[in-house]
Design a protein around this ligand. Structure first.
Ligand SMILES: *Cc1c(COP(=O)(O)O)cnc(C)c1O
Length: 450
């Protein structure tokens, strides 16, 4: 029999997170305050616990995972690594395809990996409530799941269009005890400001972040929690790549190329950073972030200091951006509709260590359907971006006869996304390239620094 699942024991869950900053050739660019000067830890203390702020600026290579966090992770970790024999056969490729499946977490994606750590440190520092935003609902679900376990109240500002389109994501969050509000709301200055301009606003991740940050900053018992982008989030996600390395070692393999879907960059960092030191030392391995052509942050955005939210409440971060007032087109990979990207991923892309590809919507669903029919798993629309890129690579191998080893993150399942699959089957999905003019115009509205 061929081996399909490569599994680890619970005792093999990593004991430390890997911090890529220790191996980066250049130090990360610092976040800036409103005065254009680098901010100190105090500027973040109103909304984050000190332990996470320390991780945000740390250059230590290995950071211990607290026992309580590791114990919580056993709820679904270690996650399986699959060899996609059936897909390889269906494609007729000589390539070997492996995928790390993060959809087995209770929330259905990789996002609980960081939610656990964030809830833990907030609890440790006496915080009672967390606010956050959610787009597609994956992050809100993850925080709802762990908030409940740690006895923290969770309020989720859910982008209005998703709130209406994905009622079952909302029920899932409520099942775990979170409060869910359609954003923009009337409860914050940020929400009221947006509604005054557009009473029918369907919301965006940038707006929902403004609301959640504003509320957390105004209350002592409340902190804010972000599901992607920040250094500490990517750090927590490195359990993905660390486990994968061990799993591949067990079968004597090493990837030639890794693909991961890229929204804010957390599963890209989580999977790829543990392979980065090898790459920096000259190893021949390609690390490729895959994003939607409709939200082409890395492939067509500006590398510039910008806000993380629409209202300009967050520090300025140096990253690839489509502009903080970006209004995303209504594509179905909700988790990939963010205007910016992780500063760490952005810098490594700028410096040529990471690559990026943009793929169009219909092609991603086509890949998702092929994958489901071969491997059984119905993938999240976000994950279908990585599947598309991995399949294209495998098909190139078929032409050249190369037996490459291809690895990708299957970041989540698509069980709450069947309405999107329905639209695909009905031929109602459209491809949409983000217009050049909008990218050009965003440049003028970027905050001026330096
Ligand atoms: C949120 C999400 C993503 C994108 O977020 P990253 O921070 O870029 O990883 C990708 N896939 C799934 C299933 C998600 O929920």
């Amino acid at each position: 029999m061929q081996q399909t699942k490569i599994l680890l024991d619970e005792s093999e869950i990593p004991t430390h997170w890997y911090n890529v900053v220790a191996d980066m050739p250049n130090p990360p660019a610092p976040p800036l305050g409103p005065d254009g000067k680098p901010i100190g830890p105090d500027a973040l203390a109103a909304i984050f616990p000190m332990a996470l702020i320390e991780q945000e600026v740390s250059a230590e290579r290995w950071i211990p995972i607290p026992d309580e966090v590791r114990q919580f992770l056993t709820m679904w970790r270690p996650s399986p690594l699959f060899r996609a024999h059936r897909l390889e056969q269906m494609l007729g490729t000589p390539a070997k395809i492996f995928y790390k499946y993060e959809g087995i977490s209770p929330a259905g994606s990789h996002k609980p990996n960081t939610a656990v750590a964030q809830a833990y440190y907030n609890k440790q520092e006496g915080i009672k409530r967390l606010t956050t935003e959610t787009g597609a609902g994956q992050w809100g679900s993850s925080l709802a799941l762990v908030g409940n376990k740690f006895g923290l109240d969770v309020r989720v500002y859910m982008v209005k269009v998703s709130y209406e389109q994905k009622p079952f994501r909302r029920s899932m969050m409520q099942t775990w005890g979170a409060e869910v509000l359609p954003s923009p709301t009337n409860l914050t200055n940020s929400g009221r400001h947006i509604l005054a301009q557009d009473p029918d606003s369907q919301g965006s991740l940038g707006i929902a972040i403004s609301e959640a940050v504003e509320e957390a900053a105004s209350r002592d018992d409340t902190n804010y929690s972000l599901g992607s982008v920040l250094n500490h989030v990517l750090l927590h996600q490195t359990v993905i790549g660390l486990e994968t390395r061990k799993q591949l070692e067990k079968v004597g393999e090493y990837p030639d190329v890794i693909f991961a879907p890229c929204g804010g960059g957390s599963n890209v960092g989580g999977m790829m950073f543990p392979f980065f030191a090898d790459k920096a030392a000259g190893k021949d391995i390609r690390l490729v972030a895959v994003e939607p052509a409709s939200c082409p942050t890395l492939t067509r955005g500006h590398y510039a200091y910008d806000f993380g939210d629409t209202e300009g409440l967050t520090p300025l971060m140096l990253m690839y951006t489509l502009g903080h007032d970006f209004m995303p087109p209504g594509i179905h990979a909700g988790g990939l509709r963010y205007h910016g990207d992780s500063p760490l991923v952005s810098q490594l892309y700028k410096e040529g260590y990471l690559e990026a590809q943009a793929v169009s919507q219909i092609a991603t669903f086509e890949a998702g359907v092929t994958f489901a029919r071969a491997e059984g798993i119905v993938a999240a629309p976000e994950s279908c971006h990585a599947i598309r890129a991995a399949m294209d690579e495998a098909l190139r191998c078929k032409e050249t006869g190369e037996a490459k080893t291809i690895l990708f993150t299957l970041s989540g399942h698509g069980h709450f996304d069947m309405a999107s699959y329905d639209k695909y089957f009905a031929g109602e999905l459209e491809d949409y390239d983000y217009p050049e003019q909008a990218i050009h115009d965003a440049l003028e509205r970027l905050p001026k620094v330096g």
